[in-house]
Write a protein that binds this ligand. Structure first.
Ligand SMILES: Cc1cc2nc3c(=O)[nH]c(=O)nc-3n(C[C@H](O)[C@H](O)[C@H](O)COP(=O)(O)O)c2cc1C
Length: 271
């Protein structure tokens, strides 16, 4: 009896999963992205490949220079003048799509100015927005907060973010992200929760330093850590204390993954 019940529940669940996926894939989807140096484009291409969505890059009338310092200088000048970069027209009409996969690099802690220009130009009312971003260290959470407040009439779904330094992880992580959220058919193993935070041991400090030591800016000192073991890795969630340029103490969360048999990698910072 118990076996029959279990079979019935699992059959029902698989029908539900397929139905949920079909529901999303029946809708018209567009991958819309800005990328200056190619990382966000790599994620956009992966999403397009896996979902079969249309794709549109966001191009500027006057592109930002590929140089980091020159880009910062131009952004500062634009900000002081209260202007945004102007966008080239799209080959597609955003209004014809139900689901928009919106991708951007994180600049100054949130989405880059071309996205700010996009949000002023296009209406996303009633659309499902699935955002993805790439960054040096982090910015997924901050940018989604900003998106939600700029687009109160769009349904902003959970997003995906990856560090530029972890470009190799994009295919596997995008696959998980799309399946977990029902955007494509297929199942992935659920990831376990992290264990409760405990003071870091010397060995855990070494893992943190291996993962984060070569990052260009200081990330702070790990104080406590929680862990989880997955099929392919051991993951660490560190609580880190640092002192900002203003001299104030702040706390952040830093995620690190150690692939089985591999080197510790700094996944992202959550501020
Ligand atoms: C002007 C500028 C500001 C940036 N600010 C941040 C930042 O605040 N936080 C961060 O993690 N990365 C920051 N970055 C790094 C980019 O987010 C990262 O290199 C991104 O992956 C680039 O994406 P792309 O290759 O698609 O252009 C910044 C880069 C530039 C050019």
């Amino acid at each position: 009896m118990k076996k029959i019940l279990l079979l019935a529940v699992s059959a029902l669940m698989s029908v539900f999963c397929v139905a949920q996926t079909k529901n999303v894939t029946k809708q018209k989807a567009l991958v819309l992205y800005y990328s200056q140096t190619g990382t966000t484009k790599a994620v956009a291409d992966e999403i397009r490949k896996r979902t079969g969505a249309d794709i549109q890059s966001i191009d500027l009338d006057k592109p930002y220079d590929g140089d980091f310092q020159a880009t910062i200088a131009r952004c500062q000048e634009e900000k002081s003048k209260g202007v945004l970069p102007t966008l080239k027209p799209f080959a597609v009409a955003v209004k014809n799509y139900d689901v928009i996969y919106l991708g951007y690099p994180i600049w100054f802690g949130t989405y880059a100015p071309p996205i700010e220009a996009l949000l002023k130009k296009e209406s996303f009312e009633g659309k499902t927005l699935v955002h993805f971003c790439t960054f040096g260290s982090g910015g997924l959470e901050e940018s989604v907060k900003a998106l939600k407040s700029s687009l109160p009439k769009a349904k902003v779904n959970s997003g995906y973010g990856v560090r530029t330094a972890r470009k190799n992880a994009i295919p596997v992580e995008v696959d998980r992200f799309l399946k977990e959220n029902g955007f494509v058919a297929g199942k992935v193993d659920a990831l376990p929760d992290y264990s409760a935070q405990k003071p870091v041991t010397e060995a855990e400090k070494t893992i943190f330093n291996t993962a984060c030591g070569d990052y260009q800016f200081p990330l702070g000192t790990p104080v406590t850590v929680g862990k989880r073991t997955t099929k392919n890795s051991t993951d660490y969630k560190y609580t880190v204390q640092s002192r900002g340029m203003d001299g104030k103490e702040s706390t952040s969360t830093i995620l690190v993954t150690v692939p089985n048999g591999g080197k510790a990698e700094f996944t992202r910072v959550i501020r």
